[in-house]
Design a protein around this ligand. Structure first.
Ligand SMILES: NC(=O)c1ccc[n+]([C@@H]2O[C@H](COP(=O)([O-])OP(=O)(O)OC[C@H]3O[C@@H](n4cnc5c(N)ncnc54)[C@H](OP(=O)(O)O)[C@@H]3O)[C@@H](O)[C@H]2O)c1
Length: 274
């Protein structure tokens, strides 16, 4: 299992299972399949509505709690100091765990909210209720505002990242500040068809005797980016994790780099109206 070390020394498996849009029942099965396949990292969020069943799957797997890395996220309407502490307890109760490995602010919702929410995150971190804290959908200016005002550096920034939205600038900034970048929608989410049909990726996949999704996931691993492909289909869950027996060479890495268009599938971080 490949892991990255966060800026506080805590270790995070480089591949995890995404669970957005997985119904509670599907998420339950998906988590069991993933844990069986060797995953030890699950990504959820309060808004996904599946924390309870994910917690149940983790329990039913009989794998020791401390071997599994669980991320959840604070929803936008719960931002603010007191409301964050309350929402955290709710997520923790639903997941049925004593602590959460990584707690993220789900979206940037203004500088005041960001600070107030993050102060509650720092409190939860100091109390040992979360092992790491971070943000999601934060750009350079949002992160810089935190760095200028808070005591504990965020450890992770989870953002949309895939072959056509490569985020080199944001990644460099995060590396300079020792913040781990984490890629959501690594298979281009609802636009996965575009990924599967990409000629360059098909060509590279053939060369390594791998699939296009495996190449897309491996390319993020080569960049040192944590990646959380989502699937509720057992054979895809297994296949998305079978990415540790090959490495992309420099030539193929630079061929993929040329696929960058910078175009987002998800909303621009400063324009979130939910
Ligand atoms: N922080 C945020 O704001 C945010 C936003 C979006 C996502 N996320 C997180 O990131 C995770 C991943 O992003 P995502 O779910 O949007 O998209 P994704 O992982 O890029 O793609 C998921 C889609 O690809 C399909 N798929 C998965 N593996 C496949 C394979 N090997 N071959 C063919 N199709 C495959 C899935 O279908 P099936 O499930 O039907 O197999 C699903 O339709 C989410 O689940 C969530 O945990 C976070």
């Amino acid at each position: 299992m490949m892991k990255v070390k966060l800026n506080n020394g805590y270790e995070m498996p480089i591949v995890g299972l995404g669970t957005w849009r997985s119904s509670p029942e599907d998420a339950y099965q998906a988590v069991l399949s993933a844990l069986k396949a060797g995953y030890r990292h699950i990504d959820t969020a309060a808004i996904y509505g599946n924390e309870e069943m994910i917690g149940k799957a983790i329990k039913d797997s009989k794998i020791k709690r401390e071997e599994i890395f669980i991320t959840t996220k604070l929803w936008n309407t719960d931002q603010g100091y007191e409301s964050t502490l309350k929402a955290f307890e709710e997520s923790r109760r639903k997941l049925g765990v004593d602590y959460i490995d990584l707690y993220l602010i789900h979206w940037f919702k203004g500088y005041d909210n960001s600070l107030a929410t993050y102060r509650a995150f720092e409190e939860l971190y100091k109390q040992g209720k979360v092992k790491a804290i971070g943000v999601s959908n934060y750009n350079v200016h949002h992160i810089q505002h935190l760095l200028d005002n808070v005591e504990i550096k965020p450890m992770v920034n989870q953002v949309e990242t895939h072959v056509t939205l490569q985020n080199h600038f944001l990644h460099d900034y995060c590396k300079q500040n020792n913040i781990q970048l984490e890629a959501y929608a690594p298979l281009m989410s609802k636009n996965i068809g575009q990924l599967l049909e990409n000629e360059t990726l098909i060509d590279i996949a053939k060369k390594y005797n791998k699939t296009v999704p495996q190449v897309a996931i491996r390319w993020l691993i080569e960049r040192g980016i944590v990646v959380i492909p989502k699937s509720v289909t057992e054979k895809r869950i297994v296949s998305n994790f079978d990415v540790f027996d090959f490495a992309l060479n420099e030539e193929d890495m630079s061929r993929i780099r040329k696929l960058n268009t910078g175009r987002k599938i998800f909303v621009e971080f400063d324009n979130v109206d939910y």
